[in-house]
Design a protein around this ligand. Structure first.
Ligand code: ZN
Length: 150
């Protein structure tokens, strides 16, 4: 693996060990839960959305390093963004990890989220990385609906 890959791996390990924005949110306006039964990953998201802006976002969850690090990095990426911008980022992330035509991640747009580009080679892991994002979409589009990767 090249140097960039190692850097990305460290980022995922760090966010798994020290998840950002972990915990519940007392004054959440939207919540959603997601689960990936194939791996045993679970995510619950709490958002406070005001005037269409994600003012605050937290998550609780358990599961593999990829799923938890993805949730941690996602919450840092979408905080302060408009809901539509967050959904754009969802689409960019989803394309990065699933679209075989995308040979290089759009690092300018995805930032640290590009750390997950490598999971595309591992279909089972793609679900782990995508779980927090599917849960986010559920929270923004259909409050309280539980999502599953299966
Ligand atoms: Zn997993």
């Amino acid at each position: 693996m090249n140097g960039l890959g190692e850097l990305y791996q460290q980022l995922i390990i760090d966010h798994n060990r020290h998840p950002r924005n972990f915990g519940s949110l007392e004054d959440a306006t939207e919540t959603a839960s997601g689960d990936n039964p194939l791996c045993g990953d679970r995510i619950t998201l709490y958002l406070r959305v005001k005037d269409d802006v994600i003012e605050e976002i937290r998550f609780e969850g358990s599961g593999c390093a990829i799923s938890q690090a993805s949730a941690s990095l996602m919450t840092t990426a979408v905080r302060g963004k408009k809901a539509a911008e967050a959904l754009d980022l969802f689409r960019a992330f989803h394309a990065m990890v699933t679209d075989p035509g995308q040979t290089a991640p759009d690092a300018g747009r995805l930032g640290k989220l590009a750390a997950f580009a490598g999971v595309r080679a591992f279909p089972a892991r793609v679900k782990c990385a995508n779980l927090p994002w599917h849960t986010l979409r559920a929270a923004l589009q259909a409050n309280g609906r539980a999502v599953s990767t299966e």
